[in-house]
Design a protein around this ligand. Structure first.
Ligand code: GDP
Length: 345
C-alpha cells in the first residue's frame, strides 16, 4: 500500500528553516512520498510561522516545475469522477506516467462535501506506487483552497509526477478556479432519461476543452451516444469553428474501460495543439499573473481587517455606512488612505 497517511509537518522547533527546506527539497527531488506529504502539509498550513518556510520551499522547487500536463476534471456528484479518474490513472501509470490526483473542494466535509480526492474513493490508484492521491485542503474560502491545491501541484511536479489531475465538483466557481490552474479542462456529463445532458451550464461549457459523457454502457450506451452528438452540434454553434482547438465530445465507460484511452489521446492532443500554437505559454503566463493578483487581493484584505491600528476607524466607517451617512466608496477610500499613507508623488 502506498503511503496512505498525511504525515505531520516536520518539527521545526530546533532547526533553522533553511535546514528543513533543504531536507524537504532533497526528499521531494528523490520522490520520497513522506517528504512530498510533509511538503504539502506545509503549503496547506494556515499557521503564520509556516508561511515563509513554505515560500522558501516553493521558490526552491520552482525550477523543477512546469513540464507536467495539468488536467482539471469537473462534474456534478455522481457523474462518475472518481471511477473515471481511477480508470484514467491506471491507464496512465500502465503507460509509464506518474500521476498525482489533487482536488479543490470548497465545501467542508462537515457541510456534506464529497471529500474529493479521498483515497477510499480510488482504492486501486491509492495502492499504485506510480500514483499519489491527496484530498482537497479543507476549510476556508475557495480562493485559499485553490491556492493551496495549486502549490501542492508544484510540489508534485517537482517530485516527478508528469500528469496532475485536479478534481472538483460542479459548483461553477470552483470550476473557474480549477480551469485557472490547468492546461486542459475536462467536463464530465451524464445523459439523462430524455437524452438531455445533466450538469450543463453555459459558463462552464465555455471553459471545457474536452467533454466526456460518462457511463456509456449497458442500457445507457445509446443514450450517451445521442447526447454526445447533440452536444457536438450545440458546441459548433456556441463556439464557432475558427479556433485552433475544437472541443471534442467523447463517451466513456469507466466501469468497462471503454473510451478511456481515447479520452487520454484527446487530452494529449489538446496539450500538443496549444503548445504548438503558443497558447500554452500565454495561458501559463496569464495564470501566474492572475494568481499573483489574487494573492495580493486576499492578503491585502486580510491585513486591513487584522490591523489593530485601523480597528477604531474600521468600526466608525462601518457604522457610518450602515446608517447611510457615508457612501461605501468614500469609506473605502478613507480606510485605504489610513492603511497606506502615501508620500508626495
Ligand atoms: P463521483 O461522485 O462523480 O465521483 O461519481 P462516482 O465515481 O462515485 O460514481 C457514482 C456512481 O456511478 C457509482 O455508483 C459508480 O459505480 C457509478 N459509475 C461510475 N462510473 C460508471 C460507469 O462507467 N458505468 C456505470 N454503469 N456506472 C458507473
Amino acid at each position: 500500500m502506498a503511503a496512505n497517511h498525511d504525515p505531520d509537518p516536520p518539527d521545526r522547533g530546533a532547526e533553522p528553516a533553511g535546514t528543513v527546506v533543504d531536507a524537504l527539497a532533497a526528499g521531494i527531488e528523490s520522490g520520497d512520498r513522506a517528504a512530498i506529504g510533509q511538503a504539502i502539509t506545509l503549503v496547506e498550513s494556515r499557521r503564520r510561522e509556516d508561511e515563509p518556510v513554505a515560500h522558501d520551499l516553493l521558490q526552491r522547487l520552482l525550477p523543477l516545475t512546469g513540464t507536467a500536463h495539468r488536467v482539471g476534471l469537473s462534474g456534478v456528484p455522481g457523474v462518475g469522477k472518481s471511477t473515471f479518474i481511477e480508470a484514467l490513472g491506471a491507464h496512465l501509470t500502465a503507460a509509464g506516467h506518474r500521476v498525482a490526483v489533487l482536488a479543490v473542494d470548497p465545501s467542508s466535509p462537515k457541510s456534506g462535501g464529497s471529500i474529493l480526492g479521498d483515497k477510499t474513493r480510488m482504492p486501486r490508484l491509492a495502492a499504485d506506487p506510480q500514483a499519489f492521491i491527496r484530498p482537497s485542503p479543507s476549510g476556508g474560502a475557495l480562493g485559499g483552497v485553490a491556492r493551496r491545491t495549486r502549490e501542492s501541484m508544484l510540489v508534485c511536479e517537482a517530485a516527478g509526477f508528469d500528469v496532475i489531475l485536479v478534481e472538483t465538483v460542479g459548483t461553477g466557481q470552483s470550476e473557474v478556479a480549477v480551469a485557472g490552474m490547468v492546461d486542459t479542462f475536462v467536463l464530465l456529463l451524464l445523459a439523462g432519461a430524455g437524452d438531455e445532458l445533466q450538469g450543463i451550464k453555459k459558463g462552464v461549457l465555455e471553459l471545457a476543452d474536452v467533454f466526456v459523457v460518462t457511463k456509456a454502457d449497458g442500457d445507457n450506451r445509446e443514450r450517451a451516444a445521442r447526447a454526445a452528438a447533440d452536444l457536438t452540434g450545440a458546441l459548433r454553434i456556441l463556439r464557432g469553428t475558427g479556433a485552433t482547438w475544437q472541443p471534442p465530445v467523447l463517451t466513456v465507460s469507466a466501469r468497462d474501460g471503454t473510451g478511456v484511452a481515447e479520452v487520454w489521446q484527446s487530452l494529449a492532443d489538446h496539450r500538443h495543439t496549444i503548445t504548438a500554437s503558443g497558447e500554452l505559454t500565454k495561458k501559463r503566463r496569464d495564470q501566474q499573473l492572475a494568481t499573483l493578483w489574487g494573492l495580493v487581493e486576499e492578503r491585502a484584505i486580510e491585513r486591513l481587517r487584522a490591523d489593530p491600528r485601523l480597528q477604531r476607524l474600521r468600526a466608525n466607517l462601518e457604522l457610518e455606512v450602515e446608517r447611510g451617512n457615508l457612501s461605501p466608496g468614500a469609506a473605502a477610500e478613507r480606510l485605504l488612505e489610513a492603511a497606506t499613507p502615501l508620500g508626495p508623488d
